[in-house]
Write a protein that binds this ligand. Structure first.
Ligand SMILES: Cc1cc2nc3c(=O)[nH]c(=O)nc-3n(C[C@H](O)[C@H](O)[C@H](O)COP(=O)(O)OP(=O)(O)OC[C@H]3O[C@@H](n4cnc5c(N)ncnc54)[C@H](O)[C@@H]3O)c2cc1C
Length: 376
């Protein structure tokens, strides 16, 4: 690795290995790499990328990406500027400005410590605060979009700093302008969130209610709720701390089907699965009828197809939560994509459904992507 100081403070590193910057602990080198401590650093990085004619990739906590073994052939910018500032306060609300690199879970911990409501159910989600907006993180009945006031961003094409209001961010389920129409265009420098000082417990999720019922806690405090969410998540999701057990959370999205699509799925279940599994499918249909479609958990399809514990190289489908693909230690991106290919093909053959991938796939060549994602 070589270091090249630019005009001011910014160091550009050559061939920095990206694997340690991801929770999967997988990924080859970046051609160039820079730690971003301030907007000035970022402006310099943009100039550098222009001069070298390179693409820029923003890499936060690396918990929602799978980086190819070949790495990224461009400039990776990694935010390191942290900090939470109280900008406004009235009788009922507080407004916080949060720098991009602050750990999201620190933000939640800070809010809970002060009795500020609105994000306690988003406890224990890995990653940085800036990135949390990219897919409008959500869990247990809350999403960051519910408390967002605005985001400060730098346009990576022009270097212009702008404030995007909630409308501009175009937030929807796991979506925003940052991962759809303006994917890769903006670096989120910071977020402004408005939280409530008034008690607002959100206990609508079955798991959360069951947690308190079983402990006979009738009126949980905010700290109780945070502890419950952490305990529930730890039971369900292997939290990635080391290489062995490294993962990117849910690797596949759940299906949201129209009635016609559901009918096709049910016909395939009648043909290819036991009456017991057909009954379970119908249960899901009845339980998860949302306004925008019928939600079928992909974990159920994986389980029904016998994919729990399935392996390719050093990558494995998690036994308890099959949506999570695990690095058993030493897994490569090729191992993971080999496993993904097998899972998608099996589900397609037996159920007729095409399942999509949640994390961003980075640095794969078009031919590689075609091969990994083709279905026969
Ligand atoms: C165990 C586990 C559990 C998870 N649970 C949940 C969950 O319950 N709900 C949920 O919604 N997600 C969940 N996730 C997914 C993930 O944690 C979130 O998407 C998180 O917000 C990603 O943050 P990150 O910093 O790791 O982003 P990265 O993985 O580094 O990046 C993700 C995307 O955001 C872009 N990006 C990163 N930082 C910036 C920035 N400052 N400006 C512009 N673009 C940026 C990247 O280019 C990339 O496209 C989980 C992941 C894991 C591993």
């Amino acid at each position: 690795m070589t270091l090249r100081p630019l005009r001011d403070n910014l160091e550009i590193r050559d061939h920095e290995l990206l694997k340690p910057y991801t929770t999967f602990k997988i990924g080859g080198p970046a051609r160039h790499f820079a730690l971003i401590k301030s907007p000035d650093d970022l402006s310099e990085a943009i100039e550098f990328a222009k001069a070298e004619r390179e693409h820029i990739l923003v890499l936060g906590g690396g918990s929602n990406v799978l980086i190819s073994d070949g790495g990224f052939n461009g400039l990776v910018v990694h935010p390191v500027h942290q900090g939470i500032t109280l900008v406004r306060e009235d009788a009922d609300t507080v407004t916080l400005r949060i720098n991009a690199a602050e750990s999201w879970d620190n933000v939640v911990e800070h809010a809970v410590a002060h009795g500020w409501w609105g994000i306690e159910n988003l406890s224990h989600i890995p990653g940085q605060a800036g990135a949390a907006l990219v897919q409008n993180i959500g869990a247990y009945g809350q999403q960051i979009g519910d408390v967002l006031e605005c985001a400060e961003v730098m346009d990576l094409r022009t270097g212009e700093v702008r404030t995007l209001g909630i409308e501009d961010c175009q937030l929807a389920y796991r979506k925003s302008v940052f991962n759809t129409s303006a994917r890769g265009r903006f670096f989120i420098l910071g977020l402004t969130l408005k939280l409530s000082k008034l008690e607002r417990p959100n206990l609508q999720y079955t798991d959360v209610r069951a947690y308190f019922d079983s402990r006979e806690i009738g009126r949980p405090t905010q700290l109780d709720i945070r502890k419950a969410i952490v305990a529930i998540r730890d039971r369900k999701f292997p939290f990635p701390r080391e290489e062995k057990g490294g993962n990117a959370g849910s690797f596949f999205k759940n299906l949201v089907l129209t009635q016609a699509e559901y009918d096709r799925l049910e016909a395939n279940f009648r043909k290819n699965f036991s009456p017991n599994e057909l009954a379970r499918l119908r249960e899901f249909r009845n339980r998860f009828q949302a306004g925008n479609g019928i939600k079928i958990p992909t974990a159920f399809l994986m389980e029904a197809c016998g994919l729990k514990g399935c392996r390719a190289g050093r990558a494995e489908v998690n036994e308890t939560q099959p949506l999570v693909l695990l690095n058993q230690g030493g897994a490569t991106a090729a191992d993971v994509m080999g496993l993904v290919k097998r899972i998608r093909q099996t589900i397609y053959e037996r159920t007729g459904m095409v399942i999509s991938i949640e994390p961003e796939l980075i640095g794969f060549r078009p031919a590689e992507m075609e091969d990994h994602l083709a279905l026969q």
